[in-house]
Ligand binder design. Sequence first.
Ligand SMILES: C[S@@+](CC[C@H](N)C(=O)[O-])C[C@H]1O[C@@H](n2cnc3c(N)ncnc32)[C@H](O)[C@@H]1O
Length: 417
Amino acid sequence: MDLESFGRLFTPEGRKALGAAVELAGADPVVAASSLRKGFDAGLVGAALTQAGLRRRAVVKFGVDAAAMYFTPHGLEQATRVEVAEHRAGRLRAGGLVVGDACCGIGGDLIALVRAGCQVDAVDLDPLTVAVARANVEALGLSAAVRVAGAESLDPGAYDVLFADPARRSSSQRTFDPNAYSPTWPVLMEMVSRARAACLKVAPGIPYEFIPAGADVEWVSFRGEVKEAVLWMDSAAVGGFAAEYPAKRFRDSLERHSDSPENPGSEERFGRRATLLPSGDELVATGTQAVVGAVGRYLYEPDGAAVRAHLVGEVAELVGGRLIDPQIAYLTGDTAAASPWVAGYEVLDVMPFSLKRLRAALRERRVGVATIKKRGSAVDVERLRKDLRLSGDNSIVVILTRIGERPTAILATEMAL
Ligand SMILES: C[S@@+](CC[C@H](N)C(=O)[O-])C[C@H]1O[C@@H](n2cnc3c(N)ncnc32)[C@H](O)[C@@H]1O
């Protein structure tokens, strides 16, 4: 889809074509296209069908609004889902704040910010993306300034809050490297250093050493999947950061691991919290450390947001649990505890991991369906599943981990509470 074919969707004929394509959404694509071709030219049919298909896909992220909105495939993929965007924008609900959105995409965050009462000035480098964001603002009856420009062209000092959700490359290796963001991390930090306050949405796996001292960082998960880390920074934090971490440090630090022993206590430089959506449960760092002990009757898997926020000690306190290993984020306990922060399992057996032994144990239990989970294990789960040649009427949870240096398999069932 290019800018011209997108623009045609707003002509009277284009609106008709889109309406007809939406009616046909879900039908066989060839049948839908040939039906539409009776009334519209090929270019318009392509644009309308693409848009109708994207709206269908977008319902998962945007709910009822999707039916009125416009998308690009890439813009939809990168957009923040509505529950997460609204939660974040909710922190700016103070009213009338002027926010600069430095890379607005198709407008997922922009819309939530406007609805939270902010006055938003948004830019994006890509002209088609900007056209789509503008169309969305209008389609939802909102108002915001959206224009084609580089983030770098904004004057961060002109806003109460500078917001940025930089583009990230999707290949997993690079997602963790903030220098591969667009705009890059040094550019973002330079902008943040001129802002009165800033809010940066980043990948949940951001290495801790990139996080400015004094920032308040919130890891957010939605239905058990970690979606983002959000760095909230006010000018005091930003000033401290700029002095402490000149741009060169960013390049050097890429070579090092996030929370390496070289960087002791790095997590104490900033505030850490985790939030579960849609419930809104929140956990804030208290510095509690979990003790380590033998696997008990129950095993608890902390939510990924708490793990990323290094709040496993705090979760252990909530469930009265202990770590099975100092390096592995599995907790264990002897009494059943319910918490939104964990998935709980009742332990059936604990054994040193070996294919032969595990296969025999699952045969004996006549297990036909195994949910295989792992932390701290290098086992290839799909390969293992084939090698186990499961057969039987029962189902089980197999947890692969290591305790000390010992690869371990834990057989369990989901805790019924
Ligand atoms: C992750 S998306 C933003 C998604 C948006 N927050 C939403 O919820 O829909 C990042 C966007 O940044 C834009 N971008 C990348 N580099 C940029 C730059 N230097 N200046 C402005 N926009 C940029 C991309 O075109 C892309 O649309």
